[in-house]
Write a protein that binds this ligand. Structure first.
Ligand SMILES: Nc1ncnc2c1ncn2[C@@H]1O[C@H](COP(=O)(O)OP(=O)(O)OP(=O)(O)O)[C@@H](O)[C@H]1O
Ligand SMILES: [Mg+2]
Length: 235
């Protein structure tokens, strides 16, 4: 299968402080890839750099065969890249429906219709809570809303940063099922940042371990187990 995303020696910094020291990894089209690693190693910075929210200092980033390292975020969105930040960033004072509708802002095709029912099919709770304010949802429901809002723009590649952080296990279970469906039924590619191995293992096909701004290990999900992972998570 071809790569939808390929990073080669990707480097990024905040001012003088380099965070990504040369990251190499790939996402196969129609698969889910997970990046794991301890707090502060640069996982979120990597997703922001991929999306164009942090500048690439050196190296290459390709969407299929196209070099995209210098493109601004909105152009990446046009090309089918959707980013869901850590902490989700839904709008608390807007209703669930209004938050979802915001996803249409990223859609350039004026004839495209708002796929409201498709989102409710994936996340029935959002239909029940359609008129509720986003800020009144639980953390897990907000995460579902954030994923729903990105799906409105029909992305081909989703960058998803720690969706299970601080949410209850039953909702994490629902989210895992939805992510699997997105890959299987819709052929969407997913780049997931996740620290919970049980969740990652359910969703992902391939994984990378990041440490201090570099990939230090990789493998297929069969090789992902607690002892291997804890070796890199500790120390
Ligand atoms: N806007 C910023 N300006 C300067 N430094 C930053 C900025 N954002 C993050 N950093 C630093 O970059 C490093 C990597 O942070 P990043 O958020 O990418 O880590 P992470 O792996 O996502 O961590 P976590 O698991 O806690 O989410 C940290 O040392 C952090 O303090
Ligand atoms: Mg992070």
């Amino acid at each position: 299968m071809e790569n939808i995303l390929t990073a080669t020696n990707l480097q990024a910094a905040y001012g003088q402080s380099t965070i990504l020291w040369g990251v190499d990894f790939q996402v196969k089209k129609g698969s889910a890839t997970t990046i794991m690693g301890r707090n502060g190693v640069g996982k979120s910075t990597l997703l922001k750099t991929i999306m164009g929210l942090v500048n690439v200092k050196a190296g290459s980033l390709k969407l299929y065969d196209e070099e995209i390292s210098k493109l601004p975020p909105y152009k990446k969105a046009w090309k089918g890249m959707g980013y869901i930040p850590q902490g989700r960033e839904i709008i608390p004072k807007l209703t669930v429906f209004e938050n979802l509708k915001l996803g249409m802002e990223a859609v350039t095709d004026k004839k495209a219709k708002f796929p409201e029912e498709e989102i409710y099919d994936l996340f029935p709770i959002l239909k029940d809570f359609k008129k509720r304010l986003g800020g009144n949802l639980s953390g897990g429901q907000q995460q579902q809303l954030a994923i729903g809002r990105i799906l409105v723009s029909n992305p081909k590649l989703i960058l998803l940063d720690e969706p299970t952080e601080g949410i209850q296990p039953s909702i994490a279970q629902d989210i895992a099922q939805v992510l699997k469906r997105l890959v299987k039924e819709k052929g969407i590619s997913i780049l997931l940042v996740e620290q919970k191995i049980d969740f990652a293992k359910q969703v992902t096909d391939y994984y990378y371990f990041m440490d201090r701004g570099k990939m230090v290990m990789e493998g297929s999900k069969e090789t992902m187990d607690h002892s291997t992972v804890s070796k890199y998570l500790s120390v």
